[in-house]
Write a protein that binds this ligand. Structure first.
Ligand SMILES: Cc1cc2nc3c(=O)[nH]c(=O)nc-3n(C[C@H](O)[C@H](O)[C@H](O)COP(=O)(O)O)c2cc1C
Length: 220
């Protein structure tokens, strides 16, 4: 499965079997996490066999079940921290899908504990539940494509980028991002200010790149 195919196959999954990640799955994820951390000055960590972080009252209310493995999205404070966490986190989410795993971004309903290392000047932004799902989730509803961009007369690669962004996860399925095609194949991506807007924007930009192809454009 390619990352592009993973975009179609991925849906948020909130119920997991107790089956642990295989050695190979954990190693591939750790390798990517190390690369993401080095590239963006992040401190993302894979945590396994933690029965507490996603079992609180709020998590139960949201019907999380059996989620004992997760990726802690931690990073050094910077103006681009949230967007970078979204971008690199979604790279890991789609990689996990190619490994036969399921995921769900969790922005608020998790409890912080000692299994996650947070160094000075770092922030713990979100977690991504990961594991063998009891189901594959289902396709989210989406706003019409015109909400996300003016695609009339736009090149195919731009439309493909927007279509892939529409399949991206977003907090409460808000999908509050927008892409503008500027002269010289430049694309400007924006998000309306809201909680998790930076995360959602980074996630959507990663999807856009996979759809559009990074050779076809550059970000404004
Ligand atoms: C930044 C972010 C935070 C999220 N937080 C939660 C959460 O706290 N609880 C939850 O059940 N789902 C959470 N989600 C999952 C969204 O509800 C889900 O991505 C959205 O409804 C679209 O569905 P899909 O992921 O199946 O495509 C979050 C998603 C994102 C991107």
């Amino acid at each position: 499965m390619t990352l592009q195919e993973a975009i179609l196959a991925r849906h948020s999954v909130r119920q997991y079997s107790g089956r642990p990640l295989s050695e190979n799955q954990a190693n591939v994820l750790r390798q990517q996490i190390a690369q993401s951390n080095a590239a963006k000055n992040l401190h993302i960590q894979l945590v396994q066999r933690d029965t507490k972080a996603l079992s609180g009252i709020l998590a139960k209310f949201l019907r999380f079940n059996g989620a004992t493995n997760y990726i802690a999205m931690v990073g050094h404070q910077s103006p681009l921290l949230h967007e970078n966490i979204g971008y690199e986190g979604e790279r890991i989410v789609l990689l996990a899908q190619t490994l036969g795993l399921n995921t769900c971004w969790v922005g608020g309903s998790f409890s912080r504990n000692r299994n996650v290392q947070i160094d000075r000047d770092e922030m713990y932004i979100a977690v991504i539940a990961i594991g063998h799902g009891l189901n594959q989730g289902r396709q989210h509803s989406s706003k019409p494509i015109e909400t996300f961009a003016d695609i009339k007369g736009a090149p195919d690669w731009f439309r493909r980028g927007v279509e892939c962004a529409m399949l991206a996860p977003s907090a409460m399925n808000r999908q509050d991002f927008h892409f503008a095609l500027l002269p010289n194949n430049t694309v400007k991506a924006t998000a309306r200010p809201a909680p998790f807007a930076g995360l959602d924007l980074g996630i959507a930009k990663f999807h856009f790149e996979l759809g559009a192809g990074t050779d076809n454009f550059r970000w404004a």
